[in-house]
Design a protein around this ligand. Structure first.
Ligand code: MV4
Length: 509
């Protein structure tokens, strides 16, 4: 097995990867930007190196520096996590060229999936269902109108170099189509330096269902079942669950086989995710993510497979230790992404310092995070505080545990989206598994009211904790809204507060 691995990432996923390394008895090298000097993952890694200023472009995206640190420290492999350089072709190649194992798929797979047109063409040839359209760049503005008439409106124009919701627009008629082709082309050119766009049928209210796959370097590929990821806002997933509430044995078999065909068509190995749009009993290939995903733990829970450990073992050259028939789906898991953002205020980011932290426990709860009481959520990166995961024998039990554990979760010092998650757990369509990619906008009235209810509760909780810290200080209770600022000023001016802080916070992770 590898003796030392460098983790080219930060936050909770760096912690997750270090944990896998510890279990495999592999030494770890962490890299961090100046903004992450006190991050949890830097304190649990065996070695850590500052690689630059806070801006990602000067630190976590500085591939030459990262490769340099790997060589200097004698790391044999690099795990890129998700985001940052995880799907960067140049980085995967730079690792290869420097004799460092990239813990991910072959660079050709990253390259293929980076072009949406290419990917779709390959999938179609591999008999993976794709949406009606053309797997060719749009050249002639007259021809595109003919194609749209043939497949029927609405249609969507997508940038081939796009992905994750960037560079796409819908047209409901000929007039709109002409405008949308031009605008998407120009956006694609400025955003990706590639104006290639293509057309396909637009599904108005699909579900987003994805299949986790794992493959080794000897052509063995298995799927680990499905995840439902429809509950998202502006292409940021907020709640994921496994399996999808609409999944049947038969559909999972079909989708799973389609995902395996997709992976085989590009000689895939490592962990990957094949995304599908599901509508009315039919599913269509959307994209393939050639990395470990944020929501991988819900699949780990229902399959018992440690995806990150498998990634490392596969990269080292081990064979998959199981076959498809060995994979059994058991129970139901759900993930709420707890973010530093204000659900009452259009989800604006609310970076800052976590002054108090109490993490729940009990049956069916897993929390993956990179934080602790006193930690900072810096403003430079994503606003993820923790991945709050529940599981149960069935969906109802997973929801009941999620609801219960969310009510136990205490984060004081910054505003979080916990009230949003608590509101969703109460909502009837959600409880019935009646969800789609438009769930949040379609339930905005209900959610607004209930988010407010829980946000007020969170505010009261903050006051309660202030009371515990500062004694029954009526003045503190009277300061509504300005409490965070008040706490920071008192904490800064009173050293005894530190002791109290320890007493009331139970650090986890
Ligand atoms: C679509 C679509 C409907 N029809 N393509 C969004 C992200 C990018 N991966 C592709 N996306 C979509 N492509 C067709 N032909 C709807 C979406 C979409 C979506 C997909 C998955 C999860 C959430 C979404 C939210 C809005 C739009």
């Amino acid at each position: 097995m590898f003796k030392k691995i460098l983790i080219a990432n930060r936050g909770e996923i760096a912690v997750r990867i270090i944990r896998a390394c510890q279990e495999l008895d592999i030494k770890t090298v962490a890299i961090y930007s100046e903004a992450d000097e006190n991050a949890l993952y830097t304190s649990i890694a065996d070695e850590c190196y500052c690689i630059g200023p806070p801006q990602a472009s000067k630190s976590y995206l500085n591939l030459d520096m990262i490769v340099h640190v790997a060589k200097k420290t004698g790391a044999e492999a690099i795990h890129p996590g998700y985001g940052f350089l995880s799907e960067n072709l140049e980085f995967a190649k730079a690792c290869e060229n420097n004799g460092i194992v990239f813990i991910g798929p072959p660079s050709e797979a990253i390259d293929t999936m980076g072009s949406k047109i290419n990917a779709k063409k390959i999938m179609k040839n591999a008999n993976v269902p794709v949406l009606p359209g053309r797997e060719e760049p749009i050249e002639d503005p007259e021809e595109v109108v003919e194609i749209a008439e043939e497949i029927g409106y609405p249609v969507i124009i997508k940038a081939s170099a796009g992905g994750g919701g960037m560079g796409m627009a819908v047209a409901y008629n000929k007039q709109e189509l002409k405008e949308v082709v031009e605008s998407t082309k120009s956006i694609a050119q400025s955003a990706f330096g590639d104006s290639t766009v293509f057309i396909e049928k637009y599904l108005e209210n699909p579900r987003h269902i994805e299949i986790q796959v794992l493959g080794d370097k000897y052509g063995n590929i298995v799927h680990l079942g499905d995840r439902e990821c429809s509950i998202q806002r502006r292409h940021q997933k907020l709640i994921e669950e496994a399996p999808s509430p609409i999944m049947t044995e038969e559909l999972r078999k079909k989708m799973g086989n389609a995902a395996i065909s997709a992976a085989k068509a590009i000689n895939y190995y490592s962990a990957g995710t094949v995304e599908f749009l599901y509508d009315n009993g039919e599913f269509y290939f959307l994209e393939m993510n050639t990395r470990v995903q944020v929501e991988h733990p819900i699949t780990e829970i229902i399959t018992g497979v440690d995806i990150v450990k498998e990634q490392i073992k596969i990269a080292y050259g081990e064979k998959l230790p199981f076959k498809q028939e060995d994979i059994v789906i058991r129970g139901h898991a759900m993930e709420c992404r707890i973010n530093a953002e204000d659900p009452v205020n259009d989800f604006v980011p609310t970076p800052g310092v976590i002054k108090h932290y109490r993490s729940p426990g009990g049956p069916g709860i897993r929390i993956d995070s990179g934080i602790y009481a006193g930690a900072e959520i810096p403003p430079y990166y994503d606003s993820l505080i923790s991945k709050f995961i529940s599981y149960g024998n069935d969906r109802d039990e997973a929801i009941a545990r999620m609801k219960r554990a969310l009510s136990e979760y205490i984060i004081i010092g910054l505003t979080t989206n916990i009230p949003f998650h608590r509101a969703v757990m109460d909502e009837l369509d959600f409880k019935n598994g009646n969800i789609s990619t438009h769930y949040i906008e379609e339930h905005s009235e209900y959610l607004k009211e209930n988010i407010m209810k829980y946000a007020i509760e969170a505010n009261d909780e903050e006051k309660l904790y202030a009371d515990k810290i500062f004694g029954k200080n009526k003045q503190v209770v009277a300061i509504a809204g300005g409490l965070n600022a008040y706490i920071s000023s008192v904490v800064a001016s009173n050293k005894n507060i530190d002791k109290c802080d320890e007493k009331y916070s139970e650090e986890q992770n």
